[in-house]
Design a protein around this ligand. Sequence first.
Ligand SMILES: Cc1cc2nc3c(=O)[nH]c(=O)nc-3n(C[C@H](O)[C@H](O)[C@H](O)COP(=O)(O)O)c2cc1C
Length: 312
Amino acid sequence: MAGVTDLPFRHLCRRMGAGLVVAEMLTADHRLWHTRKSQLRMVHADEPEPRMVQIAGGDPQMLAEAARLNAERGAQIIDINMGCPAKKVCNKAAGSALLKDEALVADILNAVVQAVDVPVTLKIRTGWCQDSRNGVTVARLAESCGIAALAVHGRTRADGFRGEAEYDTLAAIKAAVSIPVFANGDIDSPAKAAAVLAHTGADAVMIGRAAQGRPWIFREIDHYLREGKLLSPPPLAEVRQLLLEHLAALHAFYGKEQGARIARKHVGWYLAQQPGGQNFRKEFNTIDSAEQQVEALSKYFNHLSEITEVAA
Ligand SMILES: Cc1cc2nc3c(=O)[nH]c(=O)nc-3n(C[C@H](O)[C@H](O)[C@H](O)COP(=O)(O)O)c2cc1C
């Protein structure tokens, strides 16, 4: 997820039980890779294997070259983004806009699969719009082009993020192909993960927004699927430790100034679930210094554990 699954967050999600994580979408246009943003998206230092990189674009040769260059730099799985509805990507006929043009989809998939020795996977939506859910056709096309696995977000391109994800098309896609299918969209609890797996027959679930500020969702889902029982929520002391470690990793990865800015959204997501979190977040967002962020968060959690003890 662009702006979310940077290296520090990927490390954390793997530690918390995610079986596979994907780096932030990278433009296929390698002439733009000199920017700091792209450079940071291409860092995979100490990343647990397999290192999975997602590329986005609309030109088959450009995507093939981007895949080749990333494989050369150590990517072990190349994922192609045909799921992003963002205007910036779609104006250039990339992301989910490609779903409208099945011939171009085939050209892209063939070009990328032939360009690299590593597995190539594909991320799609269920179709272009509700009247044209061509997910099954695209999935069959993907399989015939040599795509190794498919992730499907249960919304159309036209849906954006509106409404609820639907899983009937995902079930039809799973039934139509023999490559692994990852079900995605609105999965935010162990019970929902189990229900979506049962409904679709998918091989795995893919979690996006529900992991923001809650990376332990992976171990919760994993535990539930294995044991059929819910894990208790992480104790406050563990949340505190994870958040402080996440903060330190962001400061180290981006540098203190940018790291402190980027930390705000992550901290906001964690705090949304804590008592008084909304008010503290406003205060936290006024802090520019990395050191003061650590200090303020430590104090907030000290206070929180005091009131929790009193209440208990
Ligand atoms: C902030 C944000 C950034 C995203 N970036 C990407 C991306 O770079 N590549 C991609 O395939 N999907 C991206 N997505 C879509 C998610 O991967 C996922 O398909 C979608 O959020 C639905 O799943 P969820 O309900 O579990 O979040 C992004 C979503 C959000 C909210």
